[in-house]
Design a protein around this ligand. Structure first.
Ligand code: ADP
Ligand code: MG
Length: 717
């Protein structure tokens, strides 16, 4: 895809990219060498020493449909896991390995330790329990004895393990009698092998299936070539990349797996550090207006706020003031959990520009979010006499033109589209920037170098922030305003959902408001909208009879959506039935209870964001997560929901998310070409990060196979 080789994120002054991801995006690496400004002041590109193995990137980049047994259906399921190419699959890091366990004769089974047994199937039976579970029991015998091996909810087992089949079973004696099976193999030991990799999987693609596919793809590993200069690899004492991949997927010991992982992590970190070094170099050469000290308008702003700022907010503001006083463009990340009060800080920064007769702009990833911000900001701006305009693609062109003279702009990317010409943009706030799709990134008017404040509610552990944002400064609002009570979170099985609605009604009767979040269906925005509408109608007839219900989804006309939100805010509606469009930015402090339907389908970070819509005022708030029964959920889904019940601390949840999903996904950057830290474990890899940092400057002006590889990968998508 040609677009990939060009960073299309707002650029200023023709040189500085506003995106912190540019620093980390692999596409960014490409831009920085091929862009118009290039690296004139750097040494001309040297030849990167060719590695010993000749890379065959086309095989690494080849689609998974090239593997035996992968048809269109499986390909789609794999795609949902972010796996499209052989390279994706081989970069899918096991999140753990099976322990080595002894092989034990059946007669000697004892205690509840995990072991393997090997034997022959005598018979297989299947039955259903009262709770809709199916249980398969397979009688297995070896030379020493016989035992009933028990499988839960795997109806195909009876079919596969016919009498006479030779099996290897991994599991443990269960207290109820019998051998509870964790995994099994027919023939060669794979799933049951010591150090068998366990991959992040989905309900549709099991870890077992992934193991099979990886086994098929692994012979292609050397095709990746080895992009590291041989001398560097030797200095760093790292294994060849192909060997590292084999070690990660087929380790003979945990140490071997770890050595392989670290080699691959080094590649990732090195690439990031090269990009960061390049970007820092570019930024040094651009200029922004110095905004001096805060003055009269800021004093009035502080007075107009209905509360005093918290020490955390004051701290962030001091750091922003220091940045704005300089002629170097600010590049600061304002990080704070949902509800921590980032918006008032953002408005502060914007008003600092207005105070100097310049302009400020706040860019949001969605119209809903832009409109939400506008509702908050416009109110305050009116009080201060600061003209403020909403610019989204749904605002009629005529109105947009009229708004052109405003001092403050709030909008989506439409804001930065061709018809808007900033008179003098001095401060830009970019909210939830990781939610911008690559394709949405439009060029900001050229010839400016505004100060940029990035806001994110996705808590990013400090190590990660340093790694991926590199030269970006970070301000953190670590604590919410003091009057907040922690949200009470409950995980409720579907059959008891009526209790959740009972609680919700009780709160409505006390004068509170509520959200009901509809299940995350994978299909289109349109079908999600339809499902939400149907659910709203159903609730209006059943659980929520006699309450005033609105339905918010991505297919509403913008004017209707604005009106709906305004009515909810004014308490003309009791309940908002919504899709995930309410995930960010919606701010109604009187809404104190949320029911999330089929909560197991959502990711951890997403659930945390959703939950952040309640608990925004002084009242006790509740988040009720409804899901299928625990036994029916994947291991990962159970852990996610339990983690949400256990803590409201966004940072603790981020760490948990890291553990469950791997680093790259935390950023929500599923898009190809953005940071994919698949092998890096940031906390464990601090030393690698330092080494990559040290090696990067020497490679800044060099083009080489590391990049070629990514160009190749780009072409394949
Ligand atoms: P964020 O954008 O970080 O999720 P917001 O800026 O939307 O959070 O703030 C959440 C809520 O807290 C808003 O209703 C806001 O008015 C309120 N708020 C912000 N700062 C304070 C403060 N210092 N004291 C009390 N309430 C505050
Ligand atoms: Mg907000």
């Amino acid at each position: 895809m040609a677009a990939r080789s060009k960073c299309s994120y707002p650029r200023t002054g023709g040189s500085v990219c506003l995106s912190p991801y540019c620093a980390i995006s692999l596409a960014g690496v490409a831009t920085l060498t091929s862009g118009p400004t290039g690296f004139a002041s750097l040494d001309p590109p040297q030849a990167w020493p060719r590695p010993r193995t000749a890379p065959r990137p086309e095989r690494w980049a080849g689609g998974l449909e090239g593997l035996p047994g992968v048809g269109p259906a499986l390909r789609r399921k794999l795609a949902k896991l972010g796996l499209a190419t052989v390279g994706d699959l081989l970069s899918h890091r096991p999140f753990r390995y099976e322990e080595p366990v002894p092989e034990v004769p059946i007669r000697d089974l004892f205690g509840e330790d995990e072991v393997t047994i090997v034997g022959t199937v005598r018979s297989a039976t299947s039955r259903r329990t009262a709770r809709r579970l199916t249980v398969q029991t397979v009688r297995v015998l070896d030379g020493s004895g016989e035992i009933g091996a028990v499988f839960f909810n795997q109806p195909w087992v009876a079919e596969k393990l016919r009498a006479g089949t030779h099996v290897r079973l991994r599991g443990a004696l269960s207290r109820r009698g019998g051998f509870a099976v964790k995994s099994f193999d027919v023939g060669e030991a794979e799933a049951t092998a010591d150090f068998a990799p366990v991959y992040p999987a989905s309900e549709e693609v099991t870890p077992k299936k992934l193991r099979e596919l990886v086994a098929q793809a692994l012979p292609l590993a050397p095709a990746a070539g080895d992009p590291l200069p041989a001398a560097l690899r030797a200095d760093e004492r790292l294994p060849l990349r192909g060997d590292a991949l084999v070690a990660v997927h087929r380790p003979r010991s945990l140490a071997e797996a770890e050595e392989g992982r670290r080699r691959l992590a080094f590649d990732e970190l090195l690439l990031l550090q090269i990009a960061i070094a390049r970007r820092a170099h570019e930024r040094e050469t651009s200029v922004a207006p110095s905004l001096g000290e805060p003055g009269e308008l800021i004093r009035r702003y502080r007075e107009a706020l209905p509360f005093t700022l918290t020490p955390e907010q004051e701290g962030a503001i001091r750091q922003i003031d220091a940045d704005l006083a300089r002629a170097v463009p600010m590049q600061r990340l304002l990080q704070g959990d949902v509800g921590s009060g980032k918006t008032v800080v953002a408005l502060y920064a914007l008003l600092r520009a207005v105070e100097h007769g310049r302009q400020g702009a706040l860019m949001a990833p969605t119209e809903t979010l832009a409109e939400q911000h506008f509702l908050t900001i416009d109110g305050l701006c009116r009080e201060l006499g600061v003209p403020c305009a909403l610019l989204t693609s749904s605002v009629p062109a005529r109105e947009r033109r009229q708004g052109r003279d405003a001092d403050l702009f709030v909008g989506t990317h439409a804001l930065i589209q061709e018809d808007v010409e900033f008179r003098d943009l001095a401060v830009a706030v970019v909210d939830e920037q990781h939610r911008f799709g690559v394709e949405q990134r439009q060029a900001l008017a050229e010839g400016r170098a505004p100060h940029v404040l990035h806001m994110t509610a996705t808590p990013i552990p400090r190590t990660l922030a340093l790694t991926v944002y590199g030269d970006l400064s970070v301000s953190e609002i670590a604590r919410p305003p003091a009057n907040r009570k922690p949200i009470v979170t409950r995980w409720i099985p579907e059959e008891r959902a009526s209790e959740a609605y009972r609680r919700l009604r009780r709160l409505l009767d006390e004068g509170r408001q509520a959200y009901v979040v509809c299940p995350l269906i994978e299909e289109s925005e349109t079908s999600r909208a339809r499902a939400a509408e149907q659910e709203a109608e159903r609730l209006a007839r059943a659980e929520l009879r006699s309450y005033r219900i609105g339905c918010l989804h991505g297919r509403l006309r913008p004017a209707d959506r604005r009106e709906l939100m305004a009515r909810f805010k004014a308490h003309e509606l009791d309940v908002l039935v919504a899709t995930t469009v309410i995930e960010v930015g919606v701010d109604v402090p009187n809404a104190t209870v949320m029911i999330v339907q089929e909560a197991d389908r959502f990711g951890l970070a997403q659930l945390h964001q959703l939950r952040g819509r309640v608990g925004r005022g002084g009242e006790q708030s509740y988040c009720l997560l409804v899901s299928r029964r625990k036994e029916e959920l994947t291991e990962g889904a159970q852990e996610r929901l339990q983690a949400l019940v256990d803590t409201t601390d966004g940072f603790a949840l981020a760490e948990k998310d890291l553990e469950l999903r791997g680093e790259g996904q935390l950023l929500g950057t599923r898009q190809h070409g953005l940071s994919d830290l698949r092998f890096t474990k940031l906390r464990a890899d601090r030393d690698l990060l330092e080494r990559a940092r040290a090696a990067a400057p020497g490679l800044v002006g060099v083009r080489g196979p590391l990049e070629d590889e990514f160009f190749a990968a780009d072409l394949s998508t």
